[in-house]
Design a protein around this ligand. Structure first.
Ligand code: SF4
Length: 373
């Protein structure tokens, strides 16, 4: 039985992780540009999904779909895919492929197929799986998030309990790279329950990676603003090579932050910016515009804060996307005020702002790359 993995730009890390997990079970996932052979697997986010729906529905092989979108809307995806993996795939995908190979018709836990939907019965024990093997990916050090930000799919996909890879496992993966970057919802939460910092464990990790150029709290991960302290910044400046730190503010309005259940205030953001400045670190701060309940005053409050942040740092701005599976699913984004667009545009011209604050999809793909079928 030949099993394929549909090559999709934004799913490269999922391919790396699931290649390793399947290989551990004696299954090879061959990369392909179209559905073929016996089984083809897909990982889709909600922006990609409309572009692959017809291809999956028309495929002449068994199709398995997972990823953030499939996990958020398994019943919808099961109308055109043969199997839907809900949540984490390391254990479920090999179990499903084995079950298909056996021809027993058994639908494993964590899989939907047709009208049958079996809830998952376990969470992945992260240290039991390597983050990648032959197919290289980024090093995922932690998974799961105890916060409940209303726009975010991460808790829906990975749950609210934070789990961590061991330092030994991270060091082993890092041997494949000179520069090491990490995937985690909050780099400073390494080793913790996600709400109470364990900087001793962060330091042990960073110390164990000495000899590498470490990028900690920068793309593709970030940190939360209230976790930025003199102590955590001392660790970053002592062990890491980055002199930028990426964190999310999301709004300059405390009313919006409360409605989003972000769990921090605008004051926490400005305190973090000041601390970064004191430690010689450039803050790179995320904002989202277009929340359905955002008033003109809220957008102006964000712009006021952005002007302050831009004095020392940089802005990364997005337009809100109501993702399935989140509390804001199905809501309608509001427009960004023309004056807000102008100010962000001017900041972009000065090299102070990046992102896409008018059209959400632009940040996920460039039409020139022609990545969709
Ligand atoms: S936005 Fe970050 S902190 Fe909030 S739920 Fe998502 S991963 Fe967690």
């Amino acid at each position: 039985m030949r099993v394929n993995w549909r090559s999709i730009k934004w799913a490269k890390n999922s391919y790396a992780a699931l290649y390793a997990a399947c290989e551990q079970s004696g299954i090879l996932l061959h990369e392909t540009n179209k559905p073929a052979d016996d089984i083809t697997c897909y990982s889709l986010n909600s922006i990609d999904e409309p572009h692959y729906r017809d291809e999956i529905a028309d495929a002449g092989c068994i199709t398995i779909v997972g990823g953030p979108h499939a996990s958020a809307c398994p019943h919808e995806v099961a109308t055109y895919a043969d199997y839907v993996v809900v949540g984490e795939g390391e254990f479920t995908l090999p179990a499903l492929i084995r079950s298909i190979g056996d021809g027993c018709g058994h639908v494993p836990p964590g899989v939907c197929s047709g009208d049958v939907c079996r809830p998952s019965t376990s969470q992945v024990f992260l240290p039991a799986y390597r983050p990648f093997t032959r197919v290289k990916g980024t090093i995922e050090i932690s998974r799961g998030c105890p916060y409940h930000c209303a726009y975010c799919q991460t808790p829906c996909l990975f749950g609210n309990r934070m789990r961590h890879r061991t330092i030994e496992g991270i060091v082993e993966a890092a041997e494949h790279y000179r520069d090491v970057r990490f995937v985690t919802p909050n780099a400073l939460a390494y080793g913790s329950d996600g709400t109470h910092p364990r900087l001793d464990r962060v330091e042990a990790l960073l110390r164990a990676l000495k000899g590498h150029r470490i990028f900690f709290g920068t793309f593709p991960s970030e940190v939360r603003p209230e976790w930025i302290t003199d102590e955590s910044l001392d660790l970053i400046t002592s062990y890491a090579s980055n002199r930028k730190l990426h964190f999310g503010a999301q709004s300059g309005s405390d009313r919006v932050l409360r409605l989003l259940k972000r769990g921090h205030t605008t004051g926490d953001v400005m305190h973090a910016v000041d601390l970064c400045h004191d430690h010689g670190i450039i803050p790179v701060v995320d904002y989202i515009f277009g929340f359905p309940f955002e008033t003109d005053e809220d957008q102006n409050a964000s712009i006021e804060q952005i002007r302050e942040v831009a004095r020392y740092g940089k802005i990364h701005a997005h337009y809100f996307t109501p993702l399935p599976g989140t509390p804001l699913a199905g809501t309608t984004p509001r427009d960004v005020l023309p004056e807000v667009q102008n100010i962000l545009g001017n900041l972009a011209l000065r090299g102070k702002a990046t992102g896409s604050w008018i059209e959400a999809e632009i940040r996920f793909f460039s039409r020139n790359e022609n990545q969709y079928p």
